[in-house]
Design a protein around this ligand. Structure first.
Ligand code: DAH
Length: 340
């Protein structure tokens, strides 16, 4: 009799109840009127009188165990059922917020795609740059003011002095050092200058550099390339004008204005009533720069240009506070969802 009780106890313990069907089967097998626990109680009659008391106690304990297990699982299954029934499946779901591309990324992508149509590749260089690539190879004289601590973030002293690049023109040098003409490339990237942060200046911003080196490249090629770019970016009606300027790495150099797309060149407060907006600097690559990067300036010539991505974004999206670009205010960023 004792063995029988232990065997059934083991069966009860091993029985897994996962759903109401299991629960009912458990009840029938063990505690129902024909269940095995009930049967044991019937067998009790045949047990000798002196053992009845002890065996009876064991049987009672077994019955309680079986009933407890049954009640526990019954309660558990009922609570899960009522939790599910409280769900309202007809309720509209919460919309997942979809992110937006950053306006600077949108404009950078647009610039890349405009130039890729005329065969320009994309090249990148390091943001931590040495003096050679950021200044010397670009024909900056040793006493040039841009090398001053006030403009440049130097990050290591001593012989190995490095700096955060102040412009993406450094990538020009790296590309020329590592490839042979013809070269047609643009270099988007982040640049750093030691400026106090305000609506009009920031200590980091973004540029896209352009470089074209081949035999017989002329200033007319430069003008036509920039006119194509301005029309792609601002629309077919866009016009450009070039004003003479100075950069150490180009000769001759120019600054380029595009006709104001906001007022159709009639004059507004954005173009300061001139009808023109400055968008980039450019020029013919100085022979000194070609030679410094290992390119024979008697065989090859080329042009370069550099533009600020924030500046173009400001003109395209009329965002005129530079700080907005890096504050990560979702109310600002959300407005560019349509650009995806
Ligand atoms: N590197 C210049 C700057 O940061 C921009 C620039 C001007 C780049 C003229 C050029 C260029 O390639 O030809 O202000």
């Amino acid at each position: 009799m004792k063995e029988k009780i232990e065997k059934i106890q083991a069966e009860i313990n091993a029985y897994t109840i996962e759903n109401t069907a299991n629960l009912e089967a458990f009840r029938i097998q063990f505690i129902g009127s024909k269940g095995s626990v009930k049967e044991l109680f019937n067998d009790l009659k045949a047990v000798p009188n002196e053992e009845k008391r002890a065996i009876g106690q064991l049987l009672n304990a077994l019955r309680i165990e079986a009933e407890d297990k049954y009640n526990l699982f019954k309660a558990q299954l009922e609570t899960t059922a009522s939790a599910t029934s409280k769900l309202d499946f007809s309720r509209p779901g919460d919309n997942n917020e979809i992110g937006a591309h950053h306006p600077l990324s949108l404009v950078r992508s647009e610039i890349i795609s405009i130039f890729s149509k005329i065969g320009y590749s994309v090249s990148e260089g390091p943001e931590i740059e040495d003096d050679w690539h950021n200044f010397s190879a670009l024909n900056f004289a040793p006493e040039h003011p841009a090398r001053d601590m006030q403009d440049t973030f130097f990050i290591e002293k001593g012989e190995n002095e490095m700096a955060l690049r102040t412009h993406t023109s450094s990538v020009q040098v790296r590309v020329m050092e590592n490839s042979t003409p013809p070269i047609r490339t643009i270099s988007p990237g982040r640049v750093y200058r030691n400026e106090a942060i305000s609506a009009r200046a920031h200590c980091f911003f973004h540029q896209v550099e352009g470089l074209y080196i081949d035999k017989n490249v002329s200033f007319a090629d430069l003008k036509q390339t920039l006119l194509y770019f301005a029309k792609e970016l601002f629309g077919e009606k866009a016009q450009i004008r070039l004003r003479p300027s100075y950069f150490p790495f180009t000769e001759p150099s120019a600054e380029v204005d595009v006709s104001c797309s906001i007022c159709n060149a009639k004059g507004c407060n954005v173009c300061k009533y001139s009808g023109w907006l400055e968008i980039l600097g450019c020029g013919m690559v100085d022979p000194n720069v070609l030679e410094a990067s290992g390119i024979d300036s008697t065989v090859y010539s080329g042009f370069a240009f550099g533009m600020g991505v924030e500046r173009i974004t400001q003109l395209k999206y009329k965002v005129n506070d530079l700080r907005l670009y890096s504050e990560n205010d979702v109310r600002f960023l959300k407005q560019f969802k349509a650009g995806i």
